[in-house]
Ligand binder design. Structure first.
Ligand code: ATP
Ligand code: PAU
Length: 317
C-alpha cells in the first residue's frame, strides 16, 4: 500500500494529506485573485521562455503566486509579532521557497516565472533566485573523485557549502555570495559570484533541494518555508531533455567555448542517440534513485502533461 495518496484516484479521498485540484478547480478556487499585468509585462514574461503560454500563466501560475503571497504575508506578520514578543530586533529573515524535480522538468522556467510574478507585490518586491547547480563541485574535483559521470547525484554537490549558504540566508545575513554554474562551460565559473543581499523571498531551485541524508543532523529543506515538486511522466521529461539537447546542438554547442562544442556537428540521429544515452545512464538513474523519492516531501506538487501544461495541483493540508 502506498504510504501517501498522491495520484488522481485519491482526489475524492477526504483523508488524503493533499488537496487535489485539476485545472478547472484550481482556476475556480482562485477566481477572485487578480494580479493585473500589463501587456508589456506579459510580453516580458514570455521572454523568459517563448514556449510558455500566457493562458498557462493566467490559469496556473498567477493563482499559484497568489497562494504563495498569502503564505508570505502570514509569515511576515508572524515575524513582526515574534519580534514584539521576544523584544529582539532580529535581522529580516527571507521567506525561502524550494523548487525540486528532475533534470529538464522545467524547474528554472517555473522558478523564473514565480520570481517575476512574486516581485509584483509591494510587500515582497525583492525576490532572488539561486540554483543549486552553483554548489556542484567543479569538474576538476569531480574528475579527481572519479565521479564526472555522476553530475547531479548527491555526492557531486558540496553540500556543506550549500547548507552554510542557506542557513546564512535564513539568518538574515547581508551581502552573501553564491557560486555560479554555467551550462555552456559545463562547469563552475571560478571568477563569477551571485550577490544575495537580504531579499524578501529567496527561491532555491535544484534537483536535490528536498533530499535528506541520514548521516546529517539538518537538511536543506529544514530552512524552507514552502516547497514545490515539479512532476511529469518519465517519457515526457525524457523527450523534453532530448528536445532541449537538439536545440542546444543548433545554438549553444556551436559556440567554441561550449563544453559540448565537439557535438555541434552531430547529425540529428546521432544527437538523439547521444542525448538518450546521457538521459538513460545519468539523469534517469538520478531521477529514480534520488529525486522522485523526495516528491512526497513537498508542500505543493505540480503535475505536468506532455505539453508542459499543468494537469493537477496537489497542496498539502
Ligand atoms: N512551462 C513550460 N512551457 C513550455 N516549455 C517549458 C516549460 N517549462 C520548461 N519548458 C522547456 O522544457 C525544457 C526544460 O526546462 P528547464 O531548463 O526550465 O528545466 P530544468 O528543470 O531547470 O532543467 P535542469 O535541471 O537541467 O537545469 C526547456 O527546453 C524549456 O524551454
Ligand atoms: C547540472 C545538472 C546536474 C542539473 O541541472 C544537469 O543539468 C546535468 O548537467 N546533468 C548531468 C548529465 C547531463 O549532461 O545532462
Amino acid at each position: 500500500m502506498a504510504l501517501l495518496c498522491l495520484e488522481s484516484e485519491c482526489t475524492m479521498n477526504t483523508y488524503s494529506p493533499y488537496y487535489t485540484f485539476d485545472r478547472k478547480d484550481w482556476k475556480a478556487a482562485q477566481e477572485d485573485s487578480k494580479l493585473p499585468l500589463t501587456e508589456e509585462e506579459f510580453e516580458r514574461l514570455k521572454g523568459l521562455n517563448e514556449k510558455i503560454s500566457l493562458r498557462e500563466v493566467r490559469d496556473i501560475y498567477l493563482p499559484l503566486t497568489r497562494l504563495i503571497h498569502l503564505y508570505v504575508s502570514a509569515f511576515q506578520q508572524l515575524q513582526e509579532k515574534m519580534n514584539t514578543f521576544t523584544g529582539i530586533r532580529a535581522p529580516k529573515s527571507p521567506y525561502i521557497i524550494g523548487i525540486a524535480g528532475s533534470v529538464a522538468v522545467g524547474k528554472s522556467t517555473t522558478a523564473r516565472l514565480l520570481q517575476t510574478l512574486l516581485s509584483r507585490w509591494q510587500e515582497h518586491p525583492r525576490v532572488d533566485l539561486v540554483t543549486t547547480d552553483g554548489f556542484l563541485y567543479p569538474n576538476r574535483v569531480l574528475e579527481e573523485k572519479g565521479i564526472m559521470n555522476k553530475k547531479g547525484f548527491p555526492e557531486s554537490y558540496d553540500i556543506k557549502k550549500l547548507m552554510q549558504f542557506i542557513s546564512s540566508v535564513k539568518s538574515g545575513q547581508p551581502a552573501l555570495k553564491a557560486p555560479v554554474y554555467s551550462h555552456l562551460a559545463y562547469d563552475i565559473l571560478a571568477d563569477e559570484e551571485q550577490l544575495i543581499d537580504q531579499p524578501d523571498i529567496l527561491i532555491l531551485e535544484g534537483i536535490n533541494v528536498l533530499q535528506v541524508n541520514t548521516e546529517a543532523p539538518v537538511f536543506i529543506s529544514d530552512f524552507f518555508d514552502f516547497s514545490i515538486y515539479i512532476d511529469a511522466e518519465e517519457q515526457d521529461i525524457r523527450s523534453w531533455y532530448i528536445e532541449r539537447y537538439q536545440l542546444l546542438r543548433d545554438t549553444a554547442f556551436q559556440d567554441p567555448r561550449s563544453y559540448f562544442h565537439k557535438f555541434a556537428s552531430l547529425s540529428e540521429e546521432e544527437a538523439v542517440q547521444n542525448a538518450s544515452e546521457i538521459w538513460r545512464s545519468i539523469n534517469l538513474k538520478n531521477l529514480m534513485e534520488n529525486i522522485l523519492p523526495t516528491k512526497a516531501r513537498a508542500k505543493l506538487i505540480l503535475k505536468k502533461g506532455p505539453d508542459h501544461q499543468i494537469q493537477q495541483v496537489l497542496l498539502r493540508k
